[in-house]
Design a binder for this molecule. Sequence first.
Ligand code: ADP
Length: 248
Amino acid sequence: LEKKEDLLLLKHISVEFDGFKAIDDVTTSVAPHEIHFFIGPNGAGKTTLLDVICGKTKPSAGEVDYAGVGNILKLKEFEIVKKGICRKFQVPSTFVNLSVYDNMRIAINHDKSVFGSLMMRKRYLDTRKIFEVLHLVGLDKKSKETAKNLSHGEKQWLEIAMLLVEEPRLLLLDEPVAGMGQAETEKTARILEDIKDRCSVAVVEHDMDFVHSIADCVTVMHEGAVLTEGTSEEVLQDERVKEVYLGR
Ligand code: ADP
């Protein structure tokens, strides 16, 4: 069996905050077109690890190798975004008084010249792409709706769509189903499975049913280190994983 080359490889990453090791020698990787979960008790270092990947936090040791780019640790946050690593934070980032469509237009043009965005051909292509991505997240029929009138789940999907129009290679999500009911959680699972065709998705998550339903790979973190890694079946049967969760 041919081994898939990693999209992202974290090598011996350590992060210190005033001498406290929040991440201690973590090595892990994200494969192309996979949904990769990072789970573990509070304080395990999951969020800090996503912060390292998107360039928000610089580690005290280690390397982050990104396929076709190399070590991205020297890059600034906005440069990492340009290279196709996009993060959705838990805090809302939509313009609540604008329509779904206008939010998408801002997302698609935020980094481009005004001149370019005025060209008819580009406008046409952008609009096509916007509706294609809105369709993917089930919001194409709500393009005229004001963002603040969307349900909690729809707002989350709009934010994901706003990242997808940038054609990321890796999408980073923080607890994407927090606050969602079962129907919205299941729909989010379907959306992430559809997204997999386009990019990899790395997710910090607490909802184990959600993890189990769609994970290709699960990394379990505990006290700043990787406890174990594998399919969700493998890690959930692991006695050490049961222990750290029960010992919470
Ligand atoms: P998780 O996301 O798994 O809950 P975090 O990555 O948020 O864990 O935190 C890991 C550890 O690092 C925790 O003990 C937390 O208190 C600490 N930590 C995180 N960010 C900072 C910071 N900016 N300054 C100091 N300590 C921090």
